[in-house]
Design a protein around this ligand. Sequence first.
Ligand SMILES: *[C@@H]1O[C@H](CO)[C@@H](O)[C@H](O)[C@H]1NC(C)=O
Ligand SMILES: *[C@@H]1O[C@H](CO)[C@@H](O)[C@H](O)[C@H]1NC(C)=O
Ligand SMILES: *[C@@H]1O[C@H](CO)[C@@H](O)[C@H](O)[C@H]1NC(C)=O
Ligand SMILES: *[C@@H]1O[C@H](CO)[C@@H](O)[C@H](O)[C@H]1NC(C)=O
Ligand SMILES: *[C@@H]1O[C@H](CO)[C@@H](O)[C@H](O)[C@H]1NC(C)=O
Ligand SMILES: *[C@@H]1O[C@H](CO)[C@@H](O)[C@H](O)[C@H]1NC(C)=O
Length: 311
Amino acid sequence: MRFTALLPFACAVVAFILSMLCLFAGHKRGFMEDYHILTVNTSTLGHNLFNDTASSSSGIFGSLFSNITNTIENDLDGALDDLADKLSKELGIEQWYSLHLMDLCEGTYAPNATANRAKKNVTSCTNETAMYHFDLEKTLNEQLSVGDLHINLSDIGWPDTIQDDVNKVNVALDATFVLYVIGIAAAGLLILTSFVSVFLNGSRLVSFGNWGLAVISFLTLLAASIIVTVFQDKAASAINKYGNDIGAYAYKGKKYLIITWVSVAVMFLAVLAWMVEFCVGRRNSRREYTEKRIKGPRSRKWGPTPRRALT
Ligand SMILES: *[C@@H]1O[C@H](CO)[C@@H](O)[C@H](O)[C@H]1NC(C)=O
Ligand SMILES: *[C@@H]1O[C@H](CO)[C@@H](O)[C@H](O)[C@H]1NC(C)=O
Ligand SMILES: *[C@@H]1O[C@H](CO)[C@@H](O)[C@H](O)[C@H]1NC(C)=O
Ligand SMILES: *[C@@H]1O[C@H](CO)[C@@H](O)[C@H](O)[C@H]1NC(C)=O
Ligand SMILES: *[C@@H]1O[C@H](CO)[C@@H](O)[C@H](O)[C@H]1NC(C)=O
Ligand SMILES: *[C@@H]1O[C@H](CO)[C@@H](O)[C@H](O)[C@H]1NC(C)=O
């Protein structure tokens, strides 16, 4: 038994589980929805249409806006107070959209969008795919076009800049799937080889191999985490910069960041632990060698016979 190998073994198990969760969080309806990469609150998207109503009272836009206002005012009995809760329904969109590594989920807030600590009620998720391409503009336009008002994002004043900016970081996000898979595979192998090292006194070569697996897993998880962190930052700031005025708010997924960075940290511990095992192993094998040389004849009974030839 080599108890010192238990620590890197435990690290590999934790990193494996956490990075699996990073990959699969939100991959189907309601599974770890809170561990999103990004959520966009669209409950007030298009509220600006109402401020514009007065100024644009003529032409096609004028009639469109008064149509919207009439439709909604009829629904609300003239009260625009709970606009946040009705607007998305009128437009035919959801109140929030949240991006996960393999899909996009959408739904409503419960009990309502403005409630304190509102919960997310998931309506549906897209089919999961290895490299989900985050295109909120396309999703929203598709839903708006089949909505009651048959409008599109340009009618609301959604600038193309938002999707253009998100697209710049979307490509990098595609790579994260592959990086997580490599990181998880290396961590999984490391679990097996560390387990073997705990029970069999692995040679230095085994320690070196374990160290190599830990390094591969650490580097890929690190790269994936950096990409996700940068993506969150860029996408959220693009949406908030241009979207807040028209009622779209992006929130970064803090819980996701925590699990992805903890998996990086524990894998780093595993790297250090295997490095120590390797170095200690080297000192031990040198000591063994010298001890055997000194006690040569006495240990011959148990030791391997060719040892003698070395003296
Ligand atoms: C107004 O809304 C009705 C349905 O509520 C729709 O049939 C009509 O085309 C709309 N008018 C305009 C100008 O958008
Ligand atoms: C939203 O829910 C909260 C808590 O249930 C309630 O106090 C509030 O009146 C609701 N708001 C609207 C607009 O329905
Ligand atoms: C969640 O949404 C479903 C419809 O998608 C609805 O039937 C259910 O009542 C909602 N739950 C809450 C708590 O609002
Ligand atoms: C969604 O955005 C609206 C508008 O800013 C805000 O009033 C509401 O509290 C937000 N809801 C949640 C659950 O974040
Ligand atoms: C999602 O998957 C189901 C079957 O699993 C399929 O019937 C459906 O067409 C898929 N939807 C899309 C948008 O690919
Ligand atoms: C959006 O709708 C307006 C008319 O309401 C149309 O002129 C415009 O081309 C549409 N834009 C897109 C991107 O479909």
